[in-house]
Write a protein that binds this ligand. Structure first.
Ligand SMILES: *Cc1c(COP(=O)(O)O)cnc(C)c1O
Length: 342
């Protein structure tokens, strides 16, 4: 397959798709140690037909973005948090964790090597970076692998959804992860199990579905790939506390910004039958979209509209502008979240 070229890209109309960029990063783990990582021009992996990842799903991944600033620098947002989370996910899946300091260095190398593909400031685009770790040992009887591949690819992406606009969501009858399962790990299996509910929700006209806690279906958990927040009518930022959701770095950051804004943020259980009408605004939080405003949530056949199905609420807008402003370098990084790649 031919490599992508800059001349072929329309910065203002990038989607969320794969482009085969010049450089990736690869490192193998074998004989009990990491073998040294390098940039590579190869964007294919060669695996045994019996590789652990293909049959027993030992895979964990991350997603982060590099942003071009107004003055031409390139920013990463809290990459050390992605490093830590990948290591935590790996531990849950009984995989060899990738060293956290090496993770950040490898991400920087990939961004710099593909620098011309970091979309220009002001286009809403960014360079999406996908680090992942897979078990590669050929294995038939179920056991953790003793060889692993850590790999990173990058691809330019546009604003996830065109601008900040509310979308309709529904509540799923399926679970994405089990109670005491792998919900806290960023692992491919959670996504495989959420494909069917997500596609069913989309066919029914929704942007995505919200999952409830898998034990009782009583409390709000999260979306397929984003955490949930609500702003109560008296102005509090509320987000679910649950052991079956993925700890979002966007969420972790918005909790801090909400506190700066005096929104008295709290992580607690949110009882869906009782609390939906208490929220004046709601949203989905994750790296891909930063915030996707939830215009409405259809639950048990009833549509609950939050701020408006057409317009984004003022608190959601403010939080989005501050977080995206810090990421793009337009606002001062008062919390020390930015790593300059250059
Ligand atoms: C990656 C992910 C998120 C968002 O996490 P961020 O660190 O904010 O990008 C939320 N939920 C799930 C299930 C995820 O996989």
């Amino acid at each position: 397959m031919a490599k992508e070229t800059v001349a072929n890209l329309d910065w203002n109309h990038l989607g969320f798709e794969y482009h085969d960029l010049p450089y990736s990063f690869n490192e193998e783990f074998k004989d009990g140690q990491w073998q040294g990582g390098t940039l590579t021009e190869s964007s294919t992996l060669t695996l045994s037909e019996a590789a652990e990842v293909l049959h027993y799903g030992q895979e964990v991944f991350e997603g982060l973005k590099a942003y071009r600033t107004k003055d031409g620098h390139i920013n990463l947002f809290r990459p050390e948090e992605n490093a830590k989370r990948l290591a935590n996910s790996a531990k849950r899946m009984l995989m060899e964790p990738y060293p956290e300091d090496k993770f950040v260095e490898a991400v920087k190398q990939v961004v710099l090597a593909n620098e011309e593909f970091v979309p220009p400031y002001g286009t809403g685009g960014s360079l999406y970076i996908r680090p992942f770790l897979i078990g590669t040992q050929p294995i038939v009887g179920v056991a953790p692998a003793d060889t692993y591949t850590f790999h990173i690819y990058a691809t330019p992406v546009g604003a996830y959804i065109n601008g900040l606009a509310p979308s309709p969501y529904t509540v799923s009858n399926y679970d994405r992860a089990a109670g005491a399962g792998t919900g806290q790990a960023k692992t491919s299996g959670n996504y495989a199990s959420s494909l069917l509910p997500e596609i069913e929700a989309k066919k029914a006209g929704f942007a995505d579905c919200l999952y409830l806690d898998p034990r009782e279906h009583k409390y709000i958990d999260e979306f397929s790939g984003a955490n949930f927040f609500g702003i109560t009518k008296d102005g509090q930022f509320v987000t679910p506390k649950s052991d079956s959701i993925l700890p979002s770095i966007t969420k972790k950051s918005l909790l801090v910004l909400a506190d700066d804004l005096g929104l008295n943020p709290v992580e607690r259980k949110i009882e869906i039958d009782k609390e939906l009408d208490d929220f004046a605004e709601a949203g989905a939080m994750g790296t891909a979209a930063v915030i996707s405003p939830v215009g409405s949530l259809t639950y048990k056949g009833q549509k609950h509209v939050f701020y408006s199905e057409k317009e984004v609420g003022p608190v959601t807008t403010k939080l989005y502008n501050i977080l995206y402003g810090i990421q793009e370098g337009d606002l001062e990084d008062t919390h020390g979240w930015i790593t300059h790649v250059k």
